[in-house]
Design a protein around this ligand. Sequence first.
Ligand code: ADP
Ligand code: MG
Length: 215
Amino acid sequence: MITESILGTDFLIKNAKEIQVVIDNNAPEIEKLDQEIGDGDHIFNIQRGIKLVIELEPIIKHLSMSKALNQIAMKILSGIGGSSGALFGTLFMTMAKVSNIDDGIDYKKAINMFVDGVEAVKQRGKADVGEKTMMDVLIPVANCLKEGVEKDIDLKDLMRKTIETAEKGMLSTKNLLATKGRASFLGERSKGHIDPGARSSQLMIKTVCMSILNT
Ligand code: ADP
Ligand code: MG
């Protein structure tokens, strides 16, 4: 595991910009998925959230990591509707609270932050693996990263494994019955469609992993 690299607020903005391109390129697919089992606004919520984060660049580039993450969380919570606003807001707010992040962040600490964030999202939305939500991607990814840190595996190998884990989680939602969120109103009819939140989360995770792989 490479531990000497220090991640700053420039890492957040760089990734937000790369995520914007990937999400925009996949927007028609994500929109269709939420039209099939939700209310169709998921792509709008995600695109708006990313835009708001990128617009924070001039402010957050001068801030400490905890303050920058907190600003991002507040922006997401106040600026995005739907379940995704509350859930992604919780993710960033929790990461902002992890101790000593202003002393510098290496990949190990970044992974611990993400793992804590996902645990908070899980508690906020009360959804676990198997309920056809973004948690079918986020929880296995957090577990994969945690195991990678514990076993001290090579960072690039871990990124490749994480991409695979996210993809597998996203695909697993297709045949699941939705028991949380709007899709649960459809009952059996929710089966046969990939969950939109699982797809957008998988794409965002893949983008961050690819950016680390390319450094
Ligand atoms: P809304 O469902 O309120 O319209 P979005 O369309 O932005 O919000 O987001 C829908 C996505 O949110 C779903 O595809 C699912 O992945 C995720 N989701 C919904 N409810 C929950 C929950 N309780 N826990 C985790 N994720 C959830
Ligand atoms: Mg929706």
